[in-house]
Design a binder for this molecule. Structure first.
Ligand code: F6R
Length: 618
């Protein structure tokens, strides 16, 4: 949440900042701004709206500078408006800062500063922080002329509670950027005589592939002498350089109208990339390198607790079915935000599995830290390489789905499930809870999924678009599935509500008669996932119950299925596969249906209202 960019070098900083903000806009898009050093003075341009509005604002202004910071906002404290937009400047004009996160003790800091006659013009916690830096800096500077802005920042941050990714300019050090991180991601890119700072490495790929991921409590000072990283006590740390894995083409739209559509259609490739090099068809084996050391403990695990949020939580629910069926390990799936606040019972021989696309979700990160304190072993499934969750866990597997930019998660979900299936199969084979024959069948099934999805796109995309044109104006929707497809039903409902703002609920199909059936009338679309491999007869009965109440039935059935043709209003055919692999294929029509309904309604699917990718606040 909130995109941050900083630049120090020899090029026009404004162009680099605007370009970076456009790439990071998926992290927040309610206001945007930049701060530059112009003629040794701090100059800020900011406004409510998107980065394009900011571009208009600065069109005819002098913005040529070689140093600057930029921000695109997802509001936490204070409504989106010009004043609350970042960067924020301190009252006497010494500091300008951008911030991603939440300062929890902001009221205490504001009261302290008000007693020192500081005045505030906006409602943000960030403005308070800018003034706190200024107050401490000026106060100490009078008695010690060597006192530096970074001394003040270190002293202040020791008194700050909460989460922050910060980049700071001070007018007394016009050739210097200072960055600080605690629980909100920050990465520094380095090229010849240039430094870049960003909240996400993917926006740096066009400039450099050498990056340093800052750790909690790191302060980075970048100036003409280079880069120095210290902690809050001013101990110097050696920077550790990593290589960015993301390719430039991954973060372009490649001719698609939206990132979301591109990412839906990328799934044959992204799933293939997830199992490539891990699933060996020749000798019918699976190797998950990142789990090798912990694997014996996984096999012995008495319980797996999966922690995640949103779509990743839905993938976790599929994981529960997989681990319990194939590996016979009792599995619980917890919302990370609930898990961490309810004093959970965690045993030392539990395996905690965190699932996250971004690897930065604040609730998941906090739940991991809590579980680690209890002595449990925490492993992860993440998409973003080098992310905080990847670094916080003792072992794990990257999904390699490629950059996911559309706010609604699509390809990350199918890649997470691919990993979970491979994990459950490996453990199951080792524990002998599945036969080698079943292992081989599902393994071959995984390898065939990409082609099956390609085939599905060719035959069904137009059909789904036509269905969306028939139902786009309905106010509600119900999604039904059983077993492995119940989490998929919930995921389908989440996709629809987040991008089209139509109310939708996902239910286990049999639960419908215990309440939701009361909602069904001729205005209610009911999407039922009913392939023949999955409790088919039972779900046909559920469909009949909907039919009897005149609901609009959209049935997702196995290709060639005839029985439901006269019952359902609309049919979407999916290819046949193993029951355990159905989530991978059956979620695709739900993603497309949500996409086409939302675009028909004229919604901005890549930047849905109130949402942002990478939820770095709790
Ligand atoms: C829904 C969506 C969110 C995320 C959730 C967790 O389309 O994108 O529900 O799944 O915020 O994010 P990650 O997986 O990054 O931890």
């Amino acid at each position: 949440m909130c995109g941050i960019v900083g630049y120090l070098g020899f090029r026009n900083a404004t162009e680099i900042l605007i370009n970076g903000l456009k790439r990071l806009e998926y992290r927040g898009y309610d206001s945007a701004g930049i701060a530059l050093i112009l003629d040794n003075k701090l100059k800020i341009y900011k406004c409510k709206g998107k980065v394009a509005d900011l571009e208009n604002l600065i069109k005819y202004k002098n913005t040529i500078s070689t140093i600057g910071i930029g921000h695109t906002r997802w509001a936490t404290h204070g409504e989106p408006n010009d004043i609350n937009a970042h960067p924020h400047q301190s009252m006497k004009g010494y500091f300008s800062i951008i911030h991603n996160g939440i300062i929890e003790n902001y009221i205490e800091l504001r009261t302290f500063l008000q007693e020192k006659d500081y005045k505030f013009i906006g409602e943000t916690d960030t403005e308070i922080l800018a003034n706190f830096f200024e107050y401490v800096y000026l106060k100490n500077k009078t008695s010690n002329e060597n006192y530096s802005p970074e001394d003040a920042i270190r002293a202040c941050l020791q008194k700050v509670d909460g989460a922050y990714g910060l980049v700071i300019l001070c007018k007394d050090t016009p050739n210097q950027l200072i960055a600080a991180r605690k629980s909100s991601p920050l990465v520094i890119g380095s090229a010849k005589k240039e430094y870049f700072i960003a909240s996400d490495a993917s926006c740096l790929v066009e400039y450099t592939d050498r990056v340093i991921y800052l750790d909690d409590n790191d302060i980075a000072i970048i100036n003409n002498r280079g880069l120095t990283i210290t902690d809050l006590e001013n101990n110097v740390h050696n920077p550790i350089f990593d290589k960015i894995e993301v390719k430039l083409e991954e973060i372009e739209k490649a001719g698609f109208d939206h990132y979301m559509l591109k990412e839906i259609f990328e799934q044959p490739t992204s799933i293939h990339n997830t199992f490539r090099g891990r699933l060996n068809l020749k000798d019918k084996s699976i190797t998950l390198g990142g789990l090798q050391e912990i694997f014996p403990e996984l096999v012995k695990a008495k319980r797996i607790i999966i922690i995640a949020c949103g779509t990743s939580w839905h993938a976790g629910l599929v994981g529960e079915y997989l681990f319990e069926e194939l590996a016979r390990i009792p599995t619980e799936v917890e919302y990370a935000s609930e898990f961490r606040y309810r004093n959970p019972i965690i045993f030392e021989d539990d395996i905690i599995l965190a699932i996250s696309q971004s690897g930065e979700t604040a609730d998941t990160l906090a739940a991991i830290k809590l579980a680690k304190k209890s002595g449990a072993k925490v492993i992860g499934i993440c998409n973003v390489v080098g992310s905080s969750i990847a670094r916080e866990t003792i072992a794990g597997v990257y999904t390699h789905a490629g950059a996911e930019i559309g706010v609604a998660s699509t390809k990350a979900f199918t890649s997470q499930i691919t990993i979970l299936t491979m994990m459950a199969l490996s453990i199951g084979l080792s524990k002998k809870t599945i036969s080698k024959e079943q292992f081989d069948d599902i393994l071959i099934g995984i390898s065939e999924v990409p082609n099956k999805i390609e085939e599905f796109f060719k035959t069904q995309t137009d059909n789904i678009k036509e269905i969306s044109e028939k139902i786009y104006n309905k106010k509600n929707s119900i999604y039904l599935g059983r077993g492995y497809l119940y989490p998929v039903a919930m995921e389908g409902a989440l996709k629809l509500k987040e991008i089209s703002y139509i109310h939708a609920e996902g239910y286990p199909a049999a639960e419908m008669k215990h309440g939701p059936i009361a909602l069904i009338d001729e205005e209610m679309p009911v999407v039922v996932i009913a392939p023949k491999e999955n409790s088919y007869d039972k779900i046909v009965s559920n469909i009949q119950e909907v039919k009897a109440r005149h609901g609009i039935i959209i049935a997702i059935v196995t290709k060639g299925e005839k029985n439901l043709k006269n019952v359902a209003d609309y049919i979407i055919e999916i290819p046949e596969t193993e029951a355990q692999l159905l989530p991978l294929i059956s979620v695709i029509p739900l993603q497309l249906l949500a996409y086409y309904i939302a675009t028909k309604l004229g919604k901005n699917v890549d930047q849905p209202r109130n949402l942002a990718k990478s939820v770095t606040v709790e």
